[in-house]
Structures are given as structure tokens and as C-alpha cells.
Write a protein that binds this ligand. Structure first.
Ligand code: FMN
Length: 376
């Protein structure tokens, strides 16, 4: 159990919704819009959460739930809680130490921290902050493969355990609030993994948000499944594909021998009107069987959401924005409290549903109420 330092302000915040409301008062309007927004009409952003509400738990009774255990195993190693941190850029906009705060919270919770390519903290600084904490590096694939290789080498040298390749964002979704008023990184911050600015044209400084657009323009638009073979030659680290939604692509991921797939729609920031992540999980798990680990993110804000995702076949879930709200409300302590809240909620959902360990969750019925489609 994550123990918090007593903090009066944080005591009043008892769920992720409270943190979101508190953060909206603490972040500037422009920053809040950057973190909160989804693409276009934000249909997918909303649907990620509402889809979870359609799935309902059918509890079991007469089971001994006096002692419960929420640890699990991911990529062959234990996690104390099967809830990790999704990669998100620019976390130092939300708190002074940004990614360091979230990484420390993840390490204290015995979980996994995923560092974004567009982080405001470098690979090396995260490694120094959590030398023994589990950490993965998220990569976008740039047309210039020397950039990708250099990031991979740095991840290997700094104890990162896996490379997460984001496959849903070669084209950037349009977030209208930021299209109306572009979000700029404050002058004191920089895109830390590009300093010195590998691949950036001369004269482009790495703390100007326009660089992100530039870097996105540098992404490899011709990327196909061949990239997996290239990556496997480039590193021995496990490769995880983040942004899979189609069962066919999940099957291709198995054929291409990646270590895991991460069901995601980029938190509704990429393709609007794309399907919610939880609705695709049962079919994807059915398609890949037990051949591969399956992770999921998008709209997971409560312990009951975690429970449903695990019941429908996920090995681990990840959360994005809830940790940003934690940072904005209370830096490292805020991010730790997000873990603490989710842990308590997951534990109580397990007790009430008649489950004493994570592997038993899949034996609980979870039904999609409009269709009464069920996982068992
Ligand atoms: C502010 C912000 C920045 C993000 N940056 C990245 C990124 O750099 N790389 C990436 O793969 N996903 C990125 N994502 C997507 C998240 O990894 C994750 O898929 C999404 O936030 C999950 O949805 P949730 O916020 O509802 O939990 C970002 C999301 C947000 C909200």
C-alpha cells in the first residue's frame, strides 16, 4: 500500500474526479486545454469513459475474501498493482518535477512508468530518479532512424525494460482548443530527449512547442509492419505496440512476435469517432488467446474500471490524465495519492465481487448491459 505524507489539501480529494476538478483550478487555461482535450468533436474521448459504464460486474458470493492480493506479473516480473503510467509529454507543465514526480510515484507503488518521447525530463534523469523502478520508453518512429536508434541505445544503457512503439499517431489529431490558441512550452522547459537537438534543423530551439509540430512532421509516414523487424534487429528489449484497436492488427502483432500489445486510441487525441478501447478488449483477447500480453488505456479513472479491464482479459492497465491531475494538485504526493485511491477502489471492488487475487478476476462475469454480451 502506498503511504502518503500527510497533506491537508490532498486529504479532501478522494477520487480521480476530485483531482480533475482541483487540477482545473490549478492549471492555466491553456495548459488545462492541452492536457484535457481530445481530437475534433471529442466523441472518442467521451466514449472511452462512457463505454466503461456500459460494462457491469456480476458479483460472486460465498467466497472467502478476507485476505486479498492485488500484485500481478507483467513481462515476467512482479508489479504490486497492475496499473501503470501511460506516456505523456510535457509533464513539467503540471508540476515542477513533472515526469520525475510520476516516475517516483510509480516506483513507490511497485508499478511501471512509461516515459514519453516528448517528455520534459530525459531518459538519464528518470533513470537517476528511479534506478530500481520499472520503466519503459515510448517511441514515435521518426523517418530518420538514427534518432530512433539513439533513443533505444540510451534506454538500454539506462535500465529501461521495454520499448513501447506508438502506432496510432503518425498523423496528429486536431485538438480544437489548441488549434485556436496554440500551446507553448514555457521558456524554462525543453523537450529533454532532444537536447542536444538530434535531428532538429539548425536554429530550432528545443523548448519551443513548434518543435513538436516539427518533430511530428519528421515521423515516418511510410511505416509498415516491416518496422517491427527493423526494431527487433535494433534491440533485444521487448517491443510493445501501443495504439492497437483492430483484432486483425492484434493477430499480426502476434505473427510479428512482439512482446505485447497496448490497446489505445491515444486518450481520444488521435482519430475521433474511433472506437472506445474497452469495447475492443474482449475480441482482441479472444483473437490472440494467451500468446501475448495485452495492456489497455483510455478512460480508466476508477478501481472498478481496472477490475472490468482485467476481467475482460487485460494483463495490465495504464492511466494517463489522472496522473496529470495528481501532479497539478500535489506533485509527487498527488501522483502517489492517485495510485493509493485506485488501489483502494480496486481492492474494495474485488472484495465486493468475491475475488481475492488478480488472476481470479477473469472468473467474474462482466456484462455489456445493452447487449448482455458477457465475458464467460
Ligand atoms: C497530455 C497528453 C500527452 C500525451 N502524450 C503522449 C505521448 O507522448 N506518447 C504517447 O504514446 N501517448 C501520449 N498520450 C496518450 C497517453 O499515453 C494515453 O494513451 C492516454 O492518455 C490514455 O487515456 P486517459 O488519459 O483517458 O487515461 C498523451 C496523452 C495526453 C493526455
Amino acid at each position: 500500500m502506498v503511504k502518503l505524507q500527510p497533506d491537508k489539501d490532498l486529504e479532501k480529494l478522494v477520487c480521480v474526479k476530485d483531482f480533475a476538478a482541483d487540477a482545473s483550478n490549478k492549471l492555466s487555461k491553456n495548459a488545462l486545454e492541452y492536457f484535457q482535450s481530445g481530437a475534433d468533436d471529442e466523441v472518442t474521448l467521451r466514449e472511452n469513459s462512457t463505454a466503461f459504464q456500459r460494462w457491469k460486474i456480476i458479483p460472486r458470493v460465498f467466497r472467502d475474501v478476507s485476505k486479498r492480493k492485488i500484485s500481478s506479473t507483467v513481462l515476467g516480473k512482479e508489479v504490486s498493482i497492475p496499473v501503470g503510467v501511460s506516456p505523456m509529454g510535457f509533464q513539467r507543465v503540471a508540476s515542477f518535477e513533472g515526469e520525475i514526480d510520476t516516475a517516483k510515484a510509480a516506483a513507490a507503488a511497485g508499478s511501471i512508468f512509461t516515459l514519453s518521447t516528448f517528455a520534459t525530463t530525459s531518459i538519464e534523469d528518470v533513470a537517476k530518479a528511479i534506478p530500481n523502478g520499472r520503466k519503459w520508453l515510448q517511441l514515435f518512429i521518426f523517418a530518420n532512424k538514427a534518432i530512433v536508434e539513439s533513443l533505444i541505445r540510451r534506454a538500454e544503457e539506462n535500465g529501461f525494460e521495454a520499448i513501447v512503439i506508438t502506432v496510432d499517431s503518425q498523423y496528429v489529431g486536431k485538438r480544437r482548443a489548441n488549434a485556436r490558441k496554440p500551446f507553448k512550452l514555457p521558456r524554462h522547459l525543453k523537450i529533454a530527449n532532444f537536447d542536444p537537438p538530434i535531428g532538429l534543423p539548425e536554429g530550432v530551439v528545443s523548448n519551443d512547442f513548434s518543435n513538436i509540430s516539427h518533430l511530428h512532421n519528421d515521423l515516418d509516414f511510410r511505416m509498415t509492419w516491416d518496422i517491427v523487424h527493423w526494431l527487433k534487429k535494433a534491440t533485444k528489449l521487448p517491443i510493445i505496440l501501443k495504439g492497437i484497436l483492430s483484432p486483425k492488427d492484434a493477430e499480426l502483432a502476434v505473427e510479428n512476435c512482439v512482446a505485447g500489445i497496448w490497446i489505445s486510441n491515444h486518450g481520444g487525441r488521435a482519430l475521433d469517432h474511433g472506437i472506445s478501447t474497452i469495447d475492443m478488449l474482449p475480441q482482441i483477447r479472444e483473437k490472440v488467446g494467451n500468446k501475448i500480453e495485452v495492456y489497455i488505456d483510455g478512460g480508466i479513472h476508477k478501481g472498478s474500471d481496472v477490475f472490468k479491464a482485467l476481467a475482460l482479459g487485460a494483463n495490465m492497465v495504464f492511466m494517463g490524465r489522472p496522473f496529470i491531475w495528481g501532479l497539478a494538485s500535489g506533485s509527487e504526493a498527488g501522483a502517489k495519492k492517485i495510485f493509493e485511491i485506485i488501489e483502494e477502489e480496486l481492492d474494495s471492488t474485488m472484495a465486493l465481487a468475491g475475488v481475492k487475487c488478480i488472476s481470479a478476476i477473469k472468473d467474474v462475469y462482466v456484462a455489456n448491459t445493452p447487449t448482455m454480451r458477457c465475458n464467460l
